[in-house]
Design a protein. Structure first.
Length: 129
């Protein structure tokens, strides 16, 4: 009996449910769509917010699929950047130089806004009382 318990696989984390995966992809897609719209307004000027919705879904799906498929993080990041660049090119239909500028600004805005929001949430979670 003891040998059976010791040889059984030890599960540290349960596999994610489909609802939690869809929720994560949805929230991340909304966040990336918001940052894509902010980046597009900085680079292109006045643009429709609806266009940004087409940009956020691809990188969000890649970033959630990376750990689920046990891929290295570097592969996931590079894949998400490529998918983001292709989505920006297709949605905004700009020349390559403008697309690369928009991609760079989108990456910077996403990292900065994500750091501020999640850092603030961490600070709020540690408030005493």
């Amino acid at each position: 009996m003891v040998a059976t318990l010791l040889s059984a696989p030890f599960v540290l984390q349960a596999p994610p449910s489909p609802i939690s995966v869809l929720g994560t992809v949805g929230l991340l897609a909304l966040f990336l769509s918001l940052t894509a719209h902010l980046a597009a307004r900085n680079v292109l000027g006045d643009v429709s917010p609806a266009k940004a919705l087409g940009v956020g879904a691809g990188p969000a799906a890649v970033s959630v699929a990376t750990p689920l498929l046990s891929l290295p993080g570097v592969v996931g990041i590079l894949s998400a950047i490529v998918v983001d660049g292709v989505a920006i090119k297709l949605v905004y239909d700009q020349p390559r130089r403008v697309t690369l500028s928009l991609l760079a600004v989108h990456a910077i805005v996403s990292v900065l806004l994500g750091t501020v929001i999640f850092g603030g949430l961490i600070l709020l979670s540690t408030v005493p009382g």
